[in-house]
Design a protein. Structure first.
Length: 162
Protein backbone atom coordinates (compact mmCIF):
# COMPACT_ATOMS: atom_id res chain seq x y z
CA UNK A 1 0.00 0.00 0.00
CA UNK A 2 2.77 2.46 0.95
CA UNK A 3 4.65 1.48 -2.21
CA UNK A 4 1.55 2.18 -4.34
CA UNK A 5 1.01 5.62 -2.74
CA UNK A 6 4.70 6.40 -3.21
CA UNK A 7 4.58 5.33 -6.89
CA UNK A 8 1.43 7.38 -7.56
CA UNK A 9 3.02 10.40 -5.87
CA UNK A 10 6.17 10.07 -8.00
CA UNK A 11 4.10 9.73 -11.21
CA UNK A 12 2.03 12.81 -10.31
CA UNK A 13 5.15 14.78 -9.46
CA UNK A 14 6.82 13.81 -12.74
CA UNK A 15 3.67 14.72 -14.69
CA UNK A 16 3.50 18.10 -12.96
CA UNK A 17 7.18 18.81 -13.62
CA UNK A 18 6.77 17.74 -17.25
CA UNK A 19 3.70 19.96 -17.69
CA UNK A 20 5.51 22.91 -16.07
CA UNK A 21 8.54 22.40 -18.33
CA UNK A 22 6.29 22.33 -21.41
CA UNK A 23 4.55 25.54 -20.33
CA UNK A 24 7.90 27.23 -19.71
CA UNK A 25 9.21 26.07 -23.09
CA UNK A 26 6.27 27.55 -25.05
CA UNK A 27 7.19 30.88 -26.55
CA UNK A 28 5.14 33.66 -25.03
CA UNK A 29 2.92 35.56 -27.41
CA UNK A 30 4.06 39.16 -27.52
CA UNK A 31 1.31 41.77 -27.63
CA UNK A 32 1.26 44.41 -30.37
CA UNK A 33 1.97 47.04 -27.72
CA UNK A 34 5.00 45.19 -26.38
CA UNK A 35 6.29 44.67 -29.92
CA UNK A 36 5.89 48.40 -30.65
CA UNK A 37 7.72 49.33 -27.46
CA UNK A 38 10.57 46.95 -28.30
CA UNK A 39 10.72 48.39 -31.81
CA UNK A 40 11.20 51.88 -30.35
CA UNK A 41 14.14 50.71 -28.24
CA UNK A 42 15.61 48.92 -31.26
CA UNK A 43 15.21 52.13 -33.30
CA UNK A 44 17.10 54.09 -30.67
CA UNK A 45 20.02 51.59 -30.74
CA UNK A 46 19.94 51.50 -34.55
CA UNK A 47 20.15 55.30 -34.66
CA UNK A 48 23.12 55.24 -32.26
CA UNK A 49 24.95 52.65 -34.34
CA UNK A 50 24.19 54.60 -37.55
CA UNK A 51 25.60 57.72 -35.81
CA UNK A 52 22.41 59.60 -36.65
CA UNK A 53 20.95 61.93 -34.04
CA UNK A 54 17.68 62.14 -36.00
CA UNK A 55 17.31 58.34 -36.18
CA UNK A 56 18.26 57.97 -32.51
CA UNK A 57 15.64 60.53 -31.44
CA UNK A 58 12.90 59.27 -33.82
CA UNK A 59 11.05 57.17 -31.17
CA UNK A 60 10.95 60.05 -28.66
CA UNK A 61 7.87 62.22 -28.15
CA UNK A 62 8.14 65.77 -29.46
CA UNK A 63 8.16 67.12 -25.86
CA UNK A 64 10.20 64.28 -24.32
CA UNK A 65 12.59 64.52 -21.39
CA UNK A 66 15.99 62.83 -21.56
CA UNK A 67 18.25 62.72 -18.51
CA UNK A 68 21.78 61.89 -19.64
CA UNK A 69 24.14 59.63 -17.73
CA UNK A 70 25.95 62.72 -16.37
CA UNK A 71 22.72 64.29 -15.09
CA UNK A 72 22.20 66.77 -17.93
CA UNK A 73 18.52 67.24 -18.88
CA UNK A 74 17.60 67.46 -22.57
CA UNK A 75 14.10 68.71 -23.33
CA UNK A 76 12.41 67.79 -26.62
CA UNK A 77 13.08 65.48 -29.57
CA UNK A 78 14.86 68.15 -31.63
CA UNK A 79 17.35 68.98 -28.84
CA UNK A 80 17.84 65.25 -28.24
CA UNK A 81 18.68 64.68 -31.93
CA UNK A 82 21.01 67.68 -32.02
CA UNK A 83 22.92 66.80 -28.83
CA UNK A 84 23.32 63.17 -29.87
CA UNK A 85 24.53 64.15 -33.34
CA UNK A 86 27.16 66.28 -31.63
CA UNK A 87 28.53 63.33 -29.65
CA UNK A 88 28.26 60.98 -32.67
CA UNK A 89 30.44 63.39 -34.63
CA UNK A 90 33.03 63.62 -31.85
CA UNK A 91 33.57 61.49 -28.73
CA UNK A 92 31.28 58.58 -29.73
CA UNK A 93 32.09 58.43 -33.46
CA UNK A 94 33.72 55.01 -32.96
CA UNK A 95 31.14 53.62 -30.55
CA UNK A 96 28.54 50.89 -30.68
CA UNK A 97 25.50 50.31 -28.51
CA UNK A 98 23.57 47.20 -27.53
CA UNK A 99 20.27 47.82 -25.72
CA UNK A 100 18.50 45.02 -23.86
CA UNK A 101 15.03 45.32 -22.38
CA UNK A 102 14.74 43.69 -18.98
CA UNK A 103 11.12 44.52 -18.15
CA UNK A 104 8.06 46.17 -19.63
CA UNK A 105 5.42 47.07 -17.08
CA UNK A 106 2.12 48.50 -18.27
CA UNK A 107 0.81 51.03 -15.75
CA UNK A 108 -2.24 51.62 -17.93
CA UNK A 109 -3.08 50.48 -21.46
CA UNK A 110 -1.44 53.67 -22.77
CA UNK A 111 1.49 54.05 -20.33
CA UNK A 112 4.42 51.69 -19.75
CA UNK A 113 7.61 51.77 -17.73
CA UNK A 114 10.51 50.04 -19.44
CA UNK A 115 13.73 49.00 -17.71
CA UNK A 116 16.76 47.94 -19.65
CA UNK A 117 20.50 47.80 -19.87
CA UNK A 118 22.71 49.59 -22.36
CA UNK A 119 26.17 48.31 -23.21
CA UNK A 120 28.39 50.85 -24.91
CA UNK A 121 31.76 50.19 -26.51
CA UNK A 122 33.82 53.25 -27.41
CA UNK A 123 37.42 54.41 -27.80
CA UNK A 124 39.46 56.87 -25.76
CA UNK A 125 42.86 57.73 -27.25
CA UNK A 126 42.62 54.61 -29.41
CA UNK A 127 41.94 52.35 -26.42
CA UNK A 128 38.67 50.42 -26.37
CA UNK A 129 36.48 51.11 -23.34
CA UNK A 130 33.14 49.78 -22.20
CA UNK A 131 30.36 51.47 -20.30
CA UNK A 132 27.12 50.03 -18.98
CA UNK A 133 23.97 51.85 -18.06
CA UNK A 134 20.64 51.01 -16.49
CA UNK A 135 17.91 52.86 -18.33
CA UNK A 136 14.34 53.69 -17.40
CA UNK A 137 11.87 54.79 -20.05
CA UNK A 138 8.34 56.05 -19.60
CA UNK A 139 6.46 55.32 -22.79
CA UNK A 140 3.06 56.60 -23.78
CA UNK A 141 0.61 55.60 -26.48
CA UNK A 142 -1.15 58.40 -28.33
CA UNK A 143 -3.39 57.85 -31.36
CA UNK A 144 -2.22 54.24 -31.54
CA UNK A 145 1.50 55.07 -31.58
CA UNK A 146 4.00 54.45 -28.75
CA UNK A 147 6.73 56.99 -28.04
CA UNK A 148 9.30 57.67 -25.34
CA UNK A 149 8.04 60.44 -23.06
CA UNK A 150 10.92 60.27 -20.58
CA UNK A 151 14.30 58.55 -20.50
CA UNK A 152 16.72 58.27 -17.56
CA UNK A 153 20.20 56.84 -18.09
CA UNK A 154 22.21 55.78 -15.01
CA UNK A 155 25.77 54.48 -15.13
CA UNK A 156 26.35 51.04 -13.67
CA UNK A 157 29.47 51.41 -11.57
CA UNK A 158 31.93 48.51 -11.38
CA UNK A 159 31.78 46.71 -8.04
CA UNK A 160 34.88 47.24 -5.91
CA UNK A 161 36.02 44.37 -3.68
CA UNK A 162 33.86 41.57 -2.35
Amino acid sequence: MKLTIFAVTIIMLCSTISLFAQEKAKPSKMSKDEAAIRANVEQMAKGWNMKSGAEFAKPFAEDSDYVVINGMHIKGRAANAESHQSIFDTIYKDSSLVATIRQIRFLRPDVAVVHGVSNLTFKVNGEEKKGNGFVTLVMTKDKGKWSIAAFQNTAIQPQVGN
